[in-house]
Ligand binder design. Structure first.
Ligand code: S6P
Ligand code: ZN
Length: 191
């Protein structure tokens, strides 16, 4: 089991393999199955049925060894596999940073986007390889895979930002992303 490094962290190089969606040396790896996304998809009946049948892996997050600690700058690669649940695109759980700080996502492979919501305004920013998505402080963010292959991006964020998943379950994300015959369709998120 890999883990975060303990400060002081020495200057070092990190090898990014976009195809494998990995960072080396690597820290913790997180695998999220459909069952880990309870409360995220609109159609709960289809969600429950797919959880009890195949319960597929929806996404994985591979981190570098840089720890989530104040003044450090951790990074991770998220790979969201292609698919949908009741037509709603595979997505990440989505979170707010309790300490409101910005973050960048850099597209590596595939096509996807970031749904952002500050409690009032909602935005969708498409990410493709080479594109940087900027998430300003105070905007909750959730990623979706809008294509037919794995969507991979590098995230770089302040180590003291923290992750609040409850905020999204309580306030929603402003928008939901669906696939209509391969075409992205955004709908208002009704709480
Ligand atoms: C961390 C950054 C990403 C996400 C990852 C998974 O601040 O935004 O590394 O953690 O994309 O999403 P989530 O919502 O499950 O943490
Ligand atoms: Zn974040």
């Amino acid at each position: 089991m890999t883990s975060f490094a303990v400060p002081p962290i020495n200057p070092h190089q990190i090898f990014l393999d976009a195809n494998a969606g990995s960072l080396t040396p690597s820290g913790p790896t997180l695998i999220r199955r459909l069952s880990d996304l309870a409360g995220c998809f609109e159609n709960n009946e289809i969600f429950e049925s797919e959880v009890s049948s195949t319960n597929p892996i929806v996404y994985q997050v591979i981190s570098s060894t840089v720890p989530e600690l104040p003044r450090e700058l951790p990074q991770s690669i998220t790979t969201i596999f292609p698919g949908n649940c009741g037509g709603e695109l595979y997505m990440t759980k989505g979170h707010q940073h309790p300490d409101p700080q910005g973050e960048i996502y850099f597209g590596l492979e595939g096509i996807g986007g970031i749904i952002m919501f500050d409690g009032k305004e909602k935005k969708y920013v498409e990410i493709t390889p080479g594109k940087i998505g900027y998430i300003p402080p105070g905007w909750a963010h959730r990623s979706v895979n809008s294509g037919g292959e794995a969507y991979k991006f590098l995230a770089v964020y302040p180590g003291s930002a923290g992750h609040d998943y409850g905020w999204v379950l309580e306030n929603g994300m402003g928008l939901r992303a669906f696939s209509d015959g391969g075409k992205l369709v955004l709908k208002d998120f009704i709480i």
